[in-house]
Design a binder for this molecule. Structure first.
Ligand SMILES: *[C@@H]1O[C@H](CO)[C@@H](O)[C@H](O)[C@H]1NC(C)=O
Length: 512
């Protein structure tokens, strides 16, 4: 499927890499990502009727063409980057753990998963995104393949190109309770005994070279802009620099651990990591009206201390492996707070399809129930959280265009109590609450650090507020709603709260 004309591409990307990487990381940090599960986003024919039974773990018919047909839905929320499922050929047919509709049980690197459409369909998606100024992020798996059968029965000849048993570690199971044993984490197998995931010897030169030529071809064949690296902590760290050079694009790794030092440590090998360190205290803070705000505040400071660059780590509050937030609490105010944090804190915000529809994973909170077909929502662009995300994307984009240093300011807590956290990033102050929709009204005085008397606009309600003589703000909290403040005079060009939606050249020069 991918031609083997990779030597030139590889040489070229090696030669260009330092500059390219810096430029790409700089470009990426300003973007926001919408995570699509290809099988569950949209069908080619647009049909929404036929059931998609998440519990059965079957293919539900989503395709690249379906995504291409619904880019307005994604762009309408302000996202400029789309993460799609792994594209490679998978374990075929049914298994005791269901079908490989998610794409994480690869068998043949050099063929596409035909359930999602053709190579031309994928190219059409890529160019449709690019013509809108949007980027395509591909999910890739290098740690393992997938096999339908007990570990001892794996027939390595079904895999391509790594079809020799000697290219895999011997079977053992990972003990995640001890991440200090890197041999165990990197060499033992993921999966279970029904569908074991044979673990590649990515430390071997032949395997590393095979992956490098594969990724280099793939990226040029389909004009891929970035990669999400599945199971990145289970791969030997020495693998990544060669792979990164061959790929020549931005990469963000899945480091599925709560410890900030551990997660951030992978920034020594990868530009971006999924911020699982913050994910857990973030959800814990807002999943109930008694969640720990201090746990979140402490983690914000820990991650800032431990990560070398908080502006390119992935910030999320849902994904295909975690509980739907709405399955933890149906409270809409809490959902609005967790989304406001996700969109406005440090890092590249990532929203998982369905979060904007307040999907709540009926039948169970997590995998496979958290993978509902998006078409069941009828792509409702009037959904309350869809509108909230659109506003927050506008706010973030505006802050970046208003202040070129915005993304390099680290978000920091300026006020916390047991139910409220206020954070400042550049000129923006975000005040979040876990009092929930039934929460009583209260006024919270916050030392926001604004100039005395400055006029502010709350971007979600458009209410005005004037800072006190020493820059304090008295925030009217009510019904557990989040508040987002920005200086009114600096809103020109944002399209928010009645401000014009395009800044003129003159305005840009003289308001900086
Ligand atoms: C680390 O993991 C490997 C592979 O599972 C195992 O053989 C070894 O005994 C472990 N080492 C320690 C110190 O536990």
């Amino acid at each position: 499927m991918f031609s083997s004309n990779m030597i030139t591409t590889l040489a070229l990307s090696l030669a260009l890499c330092p500059l390219t990487f810096a430029a790409r990381a700089a470009e990426w940090r300003s973007r926001t990502i919408f995570q699509v599960l290809t099988d569950r986003f949209a069908r080619s024919d647009g049909s929404t009727s036929a059931a998609c039974k998440t519990a059965d773990r079957v293919y539900c018919g989503g395709t690249y063409q379906g995504i291409t047909n619904h880019l307005d839905y994604i762009q309408g929320m302000g996202f400029d980057e789309v993460w799609i499922s792994p594209i490679t050929e998978q374990v075929q047919g049914n298994t005791p753990d269901g079908y490989a509709y998610h794409g994480y049980w690869q068998q043949n690197l050099n063929e596409l998963n035909s359930n999602f459409g053709s190579g031309n369909d994928l190219k059409a998606l890529s160019s449709a995104l690019h013509s809108r100024g949007m980027l395509l992020m591909l999910d890739v798996v290098v740690n393992h393949n997938g096999y339908n059968g007990a570990p001892a029965t794996v027939d390595y000849s079904v895999f391509s190109p790594f079809n020799k048993k000697s290219q895999y570690h011997p079977y053992c199971t990972i003990d995640y309770s001890d991440t200090s044993n890197t041999t165990n984490i990197e060499q033992c197998w993921m999966g279970d005994t029904n569908v074991p995931l044979p673990d590649l010897r990515t430390e071997d030169a032949d395997v590393a070279a095979g992956y490098q030529s594969w990724i280099s071809n793939l990226i040029s064949e389909y004009s891929i802009d970035g990669l999400r690296l599945d199971s990145a902590m289970e791969v030997n760290t020495g693998f990544w620099s060669g792979f990164h050079n061959a790929a020549g694009v931005y990469m963000i790794g899945e480091i599925y651990e709560a410890d900030a030092g551990y997660v951030c440590g992978f920034q020594n090998y990868l530009p971006g990591v999924m911020n699982y360190a913050t994910y857990f205290p973030l959800v814990a803070a807002f999943e109930s009206t008694s969640g720990s705000i201090s746990g979140l505040a402490n983690m914000i400071n820990t991650v800032k201390a431990d990560c070398s660059d908080t502006s390119i780590i992935g910030t999320f509050s849902e994904n295909h492996d975690q509980s739907r937030f709405a399955s933890l609490t149906g409270d809409m105010a809490l959902a609005r707070n967790v989304i406001s944090y996700t969109m406005l804190a440090d890092g590249v915000p990532i929203i998982y399809q369905g979060q904007e529809q307040h999907y709540n994973a009926l039948g169970g909170s997590s995998d496979p129930y958290n993978r509902e077909a998006l078409w069941l929502s009828d792509y409702n662009t009037n959904a309350p959280l869809y509108g909230l995300i659109a506003t927050l994307n506008k706010a973030r984009k505006h802050a970046i265009s208003d202040d070129s240093a915005y993304l390099s300011y680290e978000n920091y807590p300026i006020y916390t109590d047991t139910t409220t956290i206020a954070m400042r990033k550049g000129k923006m102050v975000t005040v979040l609450s876990n009092k929930g929709a039934e929460g009583a009204a209260y006024s919270q005085t916050i030392a926001a650090g604004y100039a005395g008397g400055v006029a502010l606009t709350e971007l979600l309600t458009c209410a005005k507020l004037t800072a006190g003589p020493r820059g304090n703000i008295v925030v009217p909290m009510a019904n557990g709603e989040p508040r987002v403040y920005y200086p009114t005079a600096a809103l020109s060009g944002s399209g928010l709260c009645g401000a014009s939606s395009k800044r003129s050249y003159v305005m840009r020069r003289f308001t900086a």
